[in-house]
Write a protein that binds this ligand. Structure first.
Ligand code: HH2
Length: 289
């Protein structure tokens, strides 16, 4: 059973892993650019991910890969218009991956319930007020700089502390604009202005982000750090690394996972949870005789 919005927003308390399937309606995304640019293939891919057990479909119409150019709100809306209402009709929770309030407003009117803002409200502060007005869930992600230049020379003194401080400040800004804290999700932004060691530190120290309060979302799927560690050049061949990163982040306290391949990740979590339950059953109170 797919999770409800309330189950997703309380996943950090229940430990339920939530799988968010990526749907890039773009010609140029880093791992699947162009594959789902055609509306019919995008809707078919969403239906496939729903059948595979996705709890959320995250629809994006602007690539944020390193070096990418921005796409204006009108063009973003033009791209999602034939897709988002159809995906919403599948009965799955829809999230809109955008930094622009105009695009998010269109998506919410067409059935989306979650705004996934990789700029955490810095590109367009109107997104906070919009989320508050619609009581939408709001994912706030850390990014150092802008996609065009973020990988040029990312530096931190203490990446985990700086990402936590940034997210705490953005949570406060969202709350000041009327967003309820219990509608927020935080995300360390794997690959967004980070070197290999930064990505690994953030995945290892999700527990520090958990201290902020909201559930933690991570998006390691197919990203460059997996290629750097393994030599695998093709993003589509990075499934093993993607699953390992999700499971490690789950162990550290993350509960929402943004992934390109849903079925293998759902399977990995089914096994992880069954083993966790076996552990709990054995180490719990001894059964009465
Ligand atoms: N990563 C990407 C896009 N959106 N949103 C959140 N919350 N967290 C992430 O880690 C994240 C995200 C980049 O991945 P992808 O959508 O596959 O590529 P592109 O930006 O090239 O479309």
């Amino acid at each position: 059973m797919a999770a409800s919005l309330e189950e997703i927003l309380s996943s950090h308390r229940t430990g339920r892993p939530v799988v968010m399937g990526v749907l890039n309606v773009t010609p140029d995304s880093f791992s699947d650019g162009g594959t789902f640019f055609d509306p019919a293939s995008a809707v078919a891919q969403a239906a496939r991910m729903v059948a595979e057990g996705a709890d959320i479909i995250d629809i994006g119409s602007e690539s944020t890969r390193p070096g990418s150019d921005r796409v204006g709100p009108q063009e973003q809306i033009r791209r999602i218009e034939p897709v988002l209402p159809e995906v919403s009709r599948l009965g799955v929770l829809v999230s809109i991956d955008t930094t622009r309030a105009e695009v998010a407003a269109f998506a919410l009117a067409a059935g989306a319930r979650i705004i996934n803002d990789v700029s955490a409200g810095r590109d367009d502060p109107g997104i906070f007020e919009l989320a508050a007005r619609h009581d939408a869930a709001l994912a706030l992600m850390h990014m150092l700089g802008q996609p065009k230049s973020m990988q040029a020379d990312p530096r931190y003194d203490d990446v985990v502390r700086e990402v936590c401080d940034f997210l705490a400040a953005r949570l406060a800004a969202a709350e000041a604009a009327g967003v309820r804290p219990d509608r927020c999700i935080v995300d360390p932004g794997i690959g967004f202005g980070k070197r290999l060691e930064h990505n690994l530190a953030l995945l290892a120290h999700v527990a520090a982000l958990r201290q902020l309060g909201p559930p933690v979302l991570v998006g390691p799927s197919r990203k460059r750090f997996i290629g750097e560690l393994t030599g695998e050049q093709l993003p589509a061949n990075r499934l093993g690394g993607s699953i390992a990163a999700c499971l490690a982040a789950y162990r550290a306290g993350a509960t929402i996972f943004r992934v390109h391949e849903v079925a293998p990740v759902v399977q990995a979590f089914a096994i992880t949870r069954a083993i966790d339950q076996a552990l709990g059953a054995r180490s719990g109170a001894p059964a009465e005789q």
